[in-house]
Design a protein around this ligand. Structure first.
Ligand code: AMP
Length: 217
């Protein structure tokens, strides 16, 4: 099960990737999470990536391709993997194809999650995360019981630097220009399944599973 989840920021890729990773017992590989980890650790890669991330631009291809190449060689990827937020450019998609080819593997499904722009803006700008345990909330759709405090661990909730409205608009533009061409790229390889990303988390999960099973969505 070698899977890519494709879609604009806020489409729910991370949420669905976590559910599918658990269901199929394969790792979720989120380049955004790996990069945020590097920023937090202040590693040389993190220091380099921070400026791009804060402004909503893409981190250079060679950096993210390097991250993914290394991650794919780990033993937990032997049964499959879910790429969440990678590839984001045609250059990254080409590099992925080559890397997997060298390993005797290939992508089997690309799930494109579609959500309209206004909904994405509302979703992202209301997103909050616990600084201690990482649990996610939404100010309107899934608020914490006490403002600014995590229900699970009492940690402080914060807004990701790149979830502000101005940065989010840039991230959506970047998606349209640099990542949306991958819809044709994978459509051409007949790997693409398109899923409407509105509705309950469970409905969306079911649609993805149907798409993976019969390849017709
Ligand atoms: P995400 O959490 O997937 O929305 O990623 C957050 C930020 O990390 C993006 O806005 C980019 O700056 C950077 N990033 C994550 N994945 C990639 C990628 N595949 N290519 C380039 N930049 C990335």
């Amino acid at each position: 099960m070698n899977l890519i989840l494709l879609g604009p920021p806020g489409a729910g890729k991370g949420t669905q990737a976590k559910i599918l990773a658990k269901k199929f017992d394969i790792p979720q590989i989120s380049t955004g999470d790996i990069l945020r980890g590097a920023v937090k650790e202040q590693s040389p890669m993190g220091i380099k990536a921070k400026g791009y991330m804060d402004s909503g631009s893409l981190v250079p291809d060679e950096v993210v391709v390097g991250i993914v190449k290394e991650r794919l060689t780990k033993p937990d990827c032997s049964k499959g993997f879910i790429l969440d937020g990678f590839p984001r450019t045609v250059i990254q998609a080409d590099a992925l194809k080559l890397t997997l080819g060298d390993m005797g593997k290939a992508i089997e499904h690309v799930i494109s999650i579609v959500v309209d722009k206004e909904e994405l803006l509302a979703r992202i700008t209301g997103r909050r995360t616990c600084r201690s345990c990482g649990k996610g909330y939404h100010l309107s759709f899934d608020p914490p019981k006490k403002v600014g405090v995590c229900d699970e661990c009492g940690g402080e909730l914060f807004q990701r630097d790149d979830d502000s409205e101005a940065t989010m608009r840039n991230r959506l533009d970047v998606y349209e220009k640099q990542t949306a061409p991958l819809i044709d790229y994978y459509g051409h390889d007949s790997l693409l399944r398109t899923i409407i990303g509105t509705g309950s988390i469970d409905e969306i999960k079911q649609n993805i599973l149907t798409g993976i099973k019969d390849g017709t969505v």
